[in-house]
Design a protein around this ligand. Structure first.
Ligand SMILES: O=C(CO)COP(=O)(O)O
Length: 257
């Protein structure tokens, strides 16, 4: 099955709502219909930017998709500081990132939390971008596949095939995030291939064949082509390089690099 590559910019805690408007305008100006025919492009701004991004995307009928960097596991109520799936759906978000390593590391999110958030995303029609990946200790011990697949199993517990068919998985080895140390294309393929094989076991081969698996961790215009050449890598989840519109556009145009 031909999987449309997904290039998504995770802005993390960068760019206020005014800067977000400028950034999306730069992307819209720089990208052409030809780009959007070949690649799905998404931005994942902070919550406070989403309304501005929605207004711009709707008003100018932009083909850029957008989503949130997290979603609450709860539907509504006394959860100070949380943002619900219903609120994100109301903003026409397509995606919700779930289980980013920074949420796991700094906010105590575990696989059960991720599972609850995946369910919450699907309750409101949001597509999860589920992040998985090992830290340096696990990598040094050669445990990257087992570790990453255990995260996948945990987050997908009780998720039916109708829902899992649309999920996006982002393999982000923690040691490669923001470090400038990119995984080799072979490293990325090893784990992304194992993720697809596990999806085939958990569901079936056809479903696994259709799911997009991104690589994330120090992706730049200079390394994206080699990573995208791997058979089981269907896109990139880009952090730092997504804050530079020109650089992100080059990443979208990975075939030209
Ligand atoms: O965490 C990431 C994307 O979610 C990757 O970040 P960097 O591209 O800055 O390494």
């Amino acid at each position: 099955m031909a999987r449309t590559p997904l290039m998504a910019g995770n802005w993390k805690m960068n760019l206020n709502h005014l800067e977000a408007i400028a950034q999306v305008q730069k992307l819209a100006f720089g990208l052409s219909d030809k780009d959007f025919d070949a690649v799905e492009v998404a931005v994942l701004p902070p919550f406070t930017d989403l309304r501005s991004v929605q207004t711009l995307v709707d008003g100018d009928k932009l083909k850029i998709k957008y989503g949130a960097q997290d979603v609450s596991a709860h539907d509504s109520g006394a959860y100070t500081g949380e943002i619900s799936g219903a609120m994100l759906a109301k903003l026409n978000c397509t995606y919700a990132v779930i289980g980013h390593s920074e949420r796991r590391q700094y906010h105590g999110e575990d696989d059960a939390t991720c599972n609850a958030k995946v369910k919450a995303a699907y309750r409101y029609g949001l597509t999860p971008i589920l992040c998985v990946g090992e830290g340096l200790d696990v990598r040094k011990a050669g445990g990257q596949v087992a570790h990453t697949l255990a995260q996948l199993d945990g987050a997908l517990a009780d998720i039916p095939a109708e829902q899992a068919a649309s999920i996006v998985i982002a393999y982000e080895p923690v040691w490669a995030i923001g470090t400038g140390e990119v995984a080799t294309p072979e490293d990325a393929q090893e784990v992304c291939g194992a993720i697809r094989a596990r999806l085939a076991e958990l569901y079936d081969a056809e479903l696994a064949d259709g799911v997009r698996i991104q690589y994330g961790g120090s992706v730049k215009s200079g390394n994206v082509a080699a990573i995208m050449a791997q058979p089981d890598v269907d896109g990139a989840l880009v952090g730092g390089a997504a804050l530079d519109a020109e650089e992100f556009i080059k990443i979208v145009r990975f075939r030209d690099q």
